[in-house]
Write a protein that binds this ligand. Structure first.
Ligand SMILES: [Fe+2]
Length: 586
């Protein structure tokens, strides 16, 4: 038997570092560095994730045939350049170009980091940022051919690309360049509304349904969108200190309000601004996709890049009927670039065969029941060990009503969403659970909605959706006759951000919800990520226990091990007053 080909894809040095290991083109391990270092969106060379990947595959770094690098180091400079040079646009453009040249030299450092820090002496390939995004979607889609659209803040110069994939070939055909960027416009509004840029854009999307798009006309001053989807920002409204910001007198005059201070009151004005930028983003995305359909003859569409996490826009694209089928890479942000670069190398440098559509994202570390028991014995904490069918029966009963349960199972998800292996779950029928989970467990703003997980075979009964949505990337309306039944996951505008699950994708999680359906008649539960506000999603039993003990969570399930909060010694519960302070609020 010939030796398998191992390719390691890396993304780092900007934010959200990740490592992905392929064995003959198939993902054998993928994880974000933040989960191990416990620093949200950690951008360093992902040495911990790499070590876990090699350990999982039981190989050494010498057995890796190629390392692929998602071309991000320049964006480290980008941050600095924006904050240092772009105060005086357009004067700053020249400074930016100079810094780009500086970066071209720094690129030479990367192999040295890889050689020094990883002890790797083999081949290193670089794939452009947007090509990596495109590859992460197309090569995972299972489509033989597809139009491919990538939209993000910025990568090298491109902010938006349209490409075409056919079998192993994937070519980007058109690009829109910095500073014209939908991602940066969205980030600029995120900042204007007082949220943290580069991590809290999803809050703007969550806030939008509370508002009316009253400021769309003012936004037309900020961005011109042509019928072919090309767009241009009006640069007189933007400044670049610490990243692209809409600040200063001009913008305040345009909208009539100052920039909101973080943590201050969210008013109807902020909700209306959120609704307006959301509408403008949807309009632009639809036009880009329409143009992609015109220049790329395919019934299929692949999406990636941070803006592809805008699941409301994704739902609009799906409902437009432009394409028969759509695939969105769940790790659409920059960590997913590590996947894209690895797949690109597999197909383009090694001539590797295409593989079927990806089935799930459970590609990270896992802990056995023995690992959990050893840990809990050391901690001297009480627990109950059940067999799997007892566990499903017990937990599905506990889910009824008010209990909030930490659900820690199997391999950790890759990408920004918890999809049933590092999740907090609760009864979607109980409206009180919305507030309880937000305020007592996640310690986050009460406006933010929760996503439902629904059994795939029941999705159309509950939602206006006729297909699977295994990665929580599509928003659709809750069926009118079900809105009163599942109020904890029904957003104010009647929509929901849906995750479907199936036996094939996650049998334990599927069986849990199936048992819940048998008991209650309801095939939907609340699923939110297992963390508190500002904390990376839990990775290990230790992280999960910390979160359980220091919040008002009622039960913790790790593998087949069940822990009840009221059984915990009182001197261990809610004792770490500094627990929340460790995490930077987003
Ligand atoms: Fe990106």
């Amino acid at each position: 038997m010939s030796k398998p080909t191992y390719i390691l894809g890396l993304s780092c040095y900007y934010h959200d570092a990740g490592a992905v290991l392929l064995k003959d083109g198939k993902v054998v391990f993928a994880a974000q560095e933040e989960r191990y270092t416990r620093k949200k969106q950690d951008d360093r060379l992902p040495t911990d994730a790499i070590a876990k990947a090699l350990d999982h595959a039981q190989i050494t770094i010498d057995e890796v045939d190629a390392i692929g690098f998602y071309e991000k180091p320049m964006l480290k400079f980008f941050d600095r350049i924006l904050s240092t040079y772009f105060k005086t646009w357009p004067l700053g453009l020249r400074q930016y170009q100079m810094a780009m040249q500086e970066w071209m030299h720094t690129k030479l450092w990367i192999p040295q980091h890889i050689e020094k820090d990883l002890g790797y002496k083999g081949k290193v390939f670089y794939v452009p940022h947007h090509e990596s995004h495109a590859a992460s979607s197309f090569y995972c889609s299972g489509f033989n051919d597809s139009a491919v659209v990538t939209v993000d803040g910025v990568g090298e110069w491109a902010t938006t690309t349209i490409g075409y994939g056919n079998d192993k070939a994937l070519d980007l055909k058109q690009e829109i360049h910095f500073p014209h960027s939908l991602g940066l416009l969205y980030s600029a509004v995120t900042y204007y509304i007082g949220f943290k840029v580069n991590s809290a854009e999803y809050k703007v999307m969550g806030l939008a349904p509370y508002g009316e798009p009253k400021y769309v006309n003012q936004f037309k001053e900020l961005i011109e969108i042509k019928d072919d989807g090309s767009f241009a920002l009006n640069m007189k409204y933007f400044s670049y200190e610490h990243g692209l910001r809409m600040t200063g007198k001009k913008i305040e005059k345009l909208f009539g309000e100052p920039t909101r201070k973080p943590e201050s009151e969210l008013t109807q004005f902020h909700k209306d601004i959120a609704a307006s930028v959301q509408k403008v983003t949807e309009e632009a995305m639809l036009k880009i996709c329409k143009h992609a359909k015109e220049i790329c003859p395919s019934e299929n569409l692949c999406l990636a890049g941070g803006v592809a996490l805008n699941c409301v826009a994704n739902g609009e694209i799906l409902r437009s009927g432009l394409f028969k089928d759509i695939f969105i890479q769940p790790a659409a942000g920059d960590a997913g670039g590590a996947l894209g670069v690895a797949l690109s190398i597999w197909h383009k440098k090694f001539g590797g065969e295409r593989l079927p559509k990806m089935n799930d994202v459970y590609w990270g570390t896992e802990y056995s029941d023995d690992d959990v028991e050893t840990f809990l014995k050391n901690e001297n904490l009480p627990y109950e060990k059940l067999d799997e069918s007892q566990l499903i029966d017990t937990v599905s009963s506990l889910l009824e009503g008010e209990n909030v349960i930490g659900w820690f199972q199997g391999r950790m998800e890759f990408g920004p969403r918890a999809l049933g292996n590092r999740s907090i779950i609760a009864d979607a029928r109980n409206k009180e659970n919305w507030q309880k989970v937000n305020l007592k467990i996640k310690f986050r703003e009460s406006f933010r909605p929760f996503a439902p997980t629904v059994l795939e075979e029941n999705v159309s009964e509950y939602f206006d959706l006729d297909r699977e949505s295994p990665y929580m990337l599509l928003v659709a309306d809750v069926q009118p006759d079900k809105r009163d039944m599942i109020p904890a996951v029904t957003h104010v505008d009647g929509s929901a951000r849906i995750q479907t699950t199936s036996e094939k994708q996650n049998s334990k999680y599927y069986n849990l919800i199936k048992a819940f359906r048998e008991k209650t008649g309801c095939a939907v539960i609340i699923n939110t990520s297992f963390n508190v506000r500002g904390e990376p999603i839990v990775e290990s039993p230790k992280d999960a226990l910390n979160c359980f003990l220091n919040t008002h969570m009622d039960y913790l399930v790790m593998g087949n091990i069940l822990m009840k909060k009221s059984d915990m010694p009182t001197n261990r519960v809610l004792q770490s007053a500094d627990y929340l302070d460790k995490f930077e609020l987003d």
